[in-house]
Write a protein that binds this ligand. Structure first.
Ligand SMILES: [Zn+2]
Length: 418
């Protein structure tokens, strides 16, 4: 599944170039250099921890997606990262997906499982009160943990992990609303990708297949496929259809990304599901027939946060857009004489909401300190002139000069929604 060389065998030159890009921007190497994440054999394979720079990028991205969802009518919930084995028997995971799940743990005579997805919890939240046609579409979102018992051979960096923080959401809607909700989810995904600087490798319509991995109900699959295919065609974006790549309960639109080596993986997804609403006996009043079932549209705008940040590191090569940069502004006093003014400016930056730090003159020449902070979007140089005027000269990381920009303005232009 390599998207790297679609035209056949590459020439030596393009091969060398792609090799170089692969080494330059591999998120595992950059992740270490930039202090994004680390691993320890004592914690275990596929269980990375986040270092301060990575935690800052992650928080910025999570806040952005949360806000994007809030603006488009989602209600956020929180639910536990595990549930009773019976929950996953009911959802169908136990019959179709057990190979990817961690084994159950026995506590107090009951068996609990680390959850393989958030869908069952959200179905129960839907069912927790009576719903009526006018409540629909009900859009529920959560950034929550899920777990996958990947074999150790396939684990790597942040892109294949065993503990995933998933940006998930489920839209419970009337059957006639499903196509519009799928399209709205694709709008959301495309808006987020544009803001994050992500270019999709391709769109894939992932269909079911034969065998125990998929629920056997041809009519149900055909109905869901028709909704997804219809939306993709209407939007006019090219897509490939692939059998055997769907979820066990239904087909999905997968938005594929590629790493610098051309290896593809799925980032965002939209799925139409008639199976789990039936398994959890979800209903609403006031429909065309009494006790009608909603459709579940599963969607993830940016997928798992681990894979997303791995991809962002590779796409931006560490030079993140200002709104997601781990450090947005560095204050650089020319000499020790400007240190008090620089410290005051740092406080001003922090209070304005910027992620900022101070690089005092004892860390080397101004040139050396600028080089050490070359990925920081705003470099605030404080010399005698700036002390006198009470402002800082803003240097951009590409070497451009922005002049004396007020800190409030810098903070405003460092937010994802301007
Ligand atoms: Zn789901």
């Amino acid at each position: 599944m390599t998207a790297c060389f679609p035209g056949g065998r590459p020439g030596a030159w393009s091969f060398a170039l792609s090799q170089e890009r692969m080494i330059m921007n591999d998120h595992r190497r950059l992740g270490r250099e930039l202090g994004i994440f680390g691993t320890d054999p004592l914690i275990g394979s596929g269980l990375p921890y986040w270092l301060p720079a990575g935690a800052a990028v992650r928080k910025a991205v999570e806040d952005y997606v949360h806000e994007l969802e809030r603006r488009t009518g989602y209600q956020h919930v929180n639910s536990p990262v595990l549930g009773k084995r019976e929950l996953y028997e009911r959802s169908g995971h136990w019959a179709h997906y057990a190979a990817d799940m961690f084994p159950p743990m026995e506590v107090g005579g009951e068996e609990f499982v680390l959850r393989p997805s958030l869908c069952p919890h959200h179905a129960l939240i839907y069912r927790s009160r009576g719903r009526s046609r006018r409540d629909l579409p009900l859009r529920v979102a959560e950034l929550g943990g899920m777990y996958r018992s990947e074999p150790s051979g396939v684990l790597g960096g942040l892109s294949r992990v065993r503990a995933i923080q998933l940006n998930d959401g489920h839209v419970f809607c009337a059957p006639g609303q499903a196509a519009a909700e799928v399209s709205a989810a694709l709008d959301l995904i495309e808006a987020a990708h544009a803001r994050l600087g992500i270019g999709a490798a391709r769109y894939r319509l992932s269909l079911g297949g034969e065998g125990a991995k998929f629920v056997a109900d041809p009519a149900m699959w055909a109905r869901a496929e028709e909704v997804l295919r219809g939306v993709l065609r209407e939007r006019g974006r090219p897509f490939d259809e692939e059998r055997g790549e769907g979820a066990f309960y239904g087909p999905k639109i997968d938005i594929q990304i590629a790493d610098p080596a051309g290896r593809e993986s799925t980032l965002s997804t939209v799925q139409v599901d008639y199976f789990q609403p039936a398994r959890f006996d979800l209903r609403y009043a006031g429909g065309e027939r009494p006790g009608e079932r909603p459709v579940m549209v599963h969607r993830s705008v940016v997928g798992g946060i681990e894979r997303l940040v791995a991809h962002l590191v590779e796409v931006h090569g560490g030079a993140f857009p200002a709104w997601m940069a781990p450090v947005q502004a560095v204050v650089l006093p020319l000499s020790d004489a400007e240190l008090p003014a620089a410290a005051a400016l740092l406080r001003q930056c922090l209070e304005a909401g910027l992620r900022a730090e101070l690089a005092p003159a004892d860390r080397g020449s101004l040139g050396a300190r600028i080089r050490a902070h070359r990925l920081v979007p705003y470099q605030l140089v404080v010399g005698p002139r700036e002390v006198a005027s009470g402002r800082a000269a803003v240097r951009l990381r590409d070497g451009g000069q922005a002049g004396a920009v007020p800190i409030e303005q810098l903070a405003a232009q460092s937010r994802p929604f301007v």
